[in-house]
Ligand binder design. Structure first.
Ligand code: SF4
Length: 363
């Protein structure tokens, strides 16, 4: 067979047929997601930000709710941050919402209220990295940028039987090389969405559905009978175990919360005042110091009244609930009604603690 051989064996003469098969499959099989009906650049932007760390099925209702609350970029830019965080509440990774809000304000001030069609201008918006800029520019403006997420990288690693894991620079370069060759210059947006859809629905990490795959004719991993062997898994960051002392300051149906957790985590969300430590005693000591700097008056910590377990990325956390009294809370403490926490920008951990508090005696 004649043709330029691309990294790991795909022939350049085969590319147009592979591309056509992929686009035709996407036309027939694409899921009818709410951001796929002639979306505005703003809508594509919101969907891409939401999809970064969250599964499609989870994103759909949040996306609808967000677009209902902020139908245009201008609505988002003019909304108070607190409201944006409330509407985002439940999705996690709140930094995304904060950046989206700041990015919308910049786009309104500097780019006439639209997501810019220029790569460098797009990158100047808060939270818009290379991936998001490429995704929005290709899908919303049909510009020839390839988009490489974990799903697409898996499809390409299998297609070319590329050894190694996606954390290795040479693997990334090889994958980008194949993506650049495969990208449809006429329909880059559809191509990128088709590759992502293929990775999400057919070329699954385990048990890929190869008989239903439009690229099976050209897939080297399938020919080897080793589809699941590519890409190799990345070495995992080991789980770290932590203790967290959470100060429970309560008055009737109210609890006192602060912004942020500790160690720079959950900065945008309200939490029980907390401190990390390598043991319960150390965490409690740090909590006392922290509260002493927050409160104007005296601080009294009681014996723990319970415990909850929580995970944040690689941290596995034992949270000790410490009844706390402060004689005079400083401005950084804010009182929240337990019965009205639902719509507030409160962390999942704080909600979990409140649930636990309903079960334990507390004086
Ligand atoms: S044939 Fe199988 S392994 Fe190859 S790209 Fe398609 S689904 Fe993935």
């Amino acid at each position: 067979m004649k043709g330029l051989i691309l990294p790991r064996g795909l022939l350049s003469t085969q590319i147009p047929a592979a591309r056509r098969a992929l686009l035709e499959w996407f036309r027939r099989s694409a899921r009818p997601l709410p951001w796929r009906h002639h979306p505005s650049p703003y809508e594509v932007w919101v969907s891409e930000v939401m999809l970064q760390q969250t599964q499609v099925a989870t994103v759909v209702p949040y996306y609808k709710r967000f677009l209902q609350a902020f139908p245009t970029l201008e609505d988002l830019a003019r909304a108070p941050l607190e409201r944006v965080l409330r509407v985002w509440s439940g999705m996690g990774y709140y930094r995304r919402a904060r950046n989206l809000h700041r990015g919308a304000q910049t786009a309104l001030e500097r780019f006439g209220g639209s997501f810019p069609a220029d790569y460098h201008q797009a990158r100047s918006l808060a939270g818009v990295g290379d991936y998001t800029a490429r995704a929005v520019l290709s899908i919303a403006y049909n510009q020839p940028y390839g988009v490489l997420d974990g799903n697409v990288a898996r499809v390409i690693a299998r297609l070319g039987a590329i050894p190694g894991n996606s954390g290795q620079p040479e693997v990334r370069r090889a994958v980008e090389g194949v993506l650049g060759q495969l990208l449809s210059p006429r329909r880059p947006g559809d191509f990128n969405q088709a590759m992502m859809e293929l990775g999400q629905t057919i070329c699954l990490p385990r048990s890929p559905r190869c008989p239903a795959c439009p690229l099976r004719k050209w897939c080297r991993a399938l020919r080897q009978g080793r589809a699941e062997a590519y890409p190799e898994p990345k070495p995992r960051r080991p789980t770290e175990r932590h203790h967290l002392a959470a100060g429970i300051i309560r008055h009737g149906g109210l609890v006192a919360l602060v912004r942020g957790l500790d160690d720079g985590l959950l900065l945008d969300l309200w939490n029980f005042p907390s401190a990390f430590g390598s043991s319960r005693a150390q965490a409690t000591r740090k909590l006392r110091e922290k509260l002493a700097s927050l409160a104007r008056g005296s601080v009294r910590l009681g014996e723990p009244i319970g415990e909850v377990r929580h995970s944040i990325t690689f941290r596995s956390i034992r949270v000790h609930l410490i009844p706390t009294e402060v004689s005079d809370g400083a401005g950084s403490l804010r009182w929240f009604s337990i019965s009205r926490l639902r719509g507030a920008a409160v962390s999942k951990l704080a909600r979990k603690i409140v649930e636990r508090l309903q079960e334990v005696p507390f004086s």
